[in-house]
Design a protein around this ligand. Structure first.
Ligand SMILES: O=c1[nH]cnc2c1ncn2[C@@H]1O[C@H](COP(=O)(O)OP(=O)(O)O)[C@@H](O)[C@H]1O
Length: 144
């Protein structure tokens, strides 16, 4: 994707495309990592069959089902497979969110995650900027 957002109606009116729906499931929590680092929110992603990180979901068939019904079908098929909790906290040496963001993601799932964390107010812009900057450094130093 070139980063252009279009409405649901416009996407459904376009011919010659397949439609995929993915969802970010999240919940608030009081739990603490090691009994001291607040986890704050549980955000769910998946380690996919191809080794890339992405959100649960998949291809839907708008001619046969609503997007919501298609997404629901996909979730029943694959929820539980490769579930991963996104670390939203930062640990020493960039472990935590920065290390998570330095992994490989399917399609635009990484930018979807960052945008969703910002829009939902689960992390502040400053926290996201710091984690993204650190992740870029980690990607450069570990790339081969
Ligand atoms: O989390 C995501 N965000 C954005 N696009 C995704 C995500 N996961 C998969 N995709 C894209 O959606 C399409 C269908 O994805 P998926 O592999 O999940 O479908 P399937 O399970 O029905 O085969 C693929 O083109 C893939 O690149």
């Amino acid at each position: 994707m070139a980063g252009q957002e279009i409405s649901k109606d416009e996407s459904l009116s376009r011919k010659g495309y397949r439609h995929a729906c993915h969802i970010m499931i999240y919940a608030d929590t009081d739990a603490k990592l090691f009994g001291k680092i607040p986890i704050k929110h549980i955000v769910l992603m998946q380690m996919r069959f191809d080794g890339l990180l992405g959100f649960p979901g998949g291809f839907v068939k708008p001619a046969e089902e609503s997007l919501e019904a298609g997404l629901s079908r996909e979730l029943w098929e694959e929820m539980g497979d490769g579930n991963v909790r996104v670390p939203l906290y930062c640990l020493k040496r960039g472990r935590g969110l920065s290390a998570f963001l330095s992994n490989s993601f399917i399609s635009n799932a990484r930018s979807q995650l960052i945008a969703a964390l910002r829009v939902l107010g689960l992390l502040t812009q400053d926290e996201l900027d710091a984690a993204v900057a650190k992740a870029e450094m980690m990607r450069k130093t570990t790339a081969h």
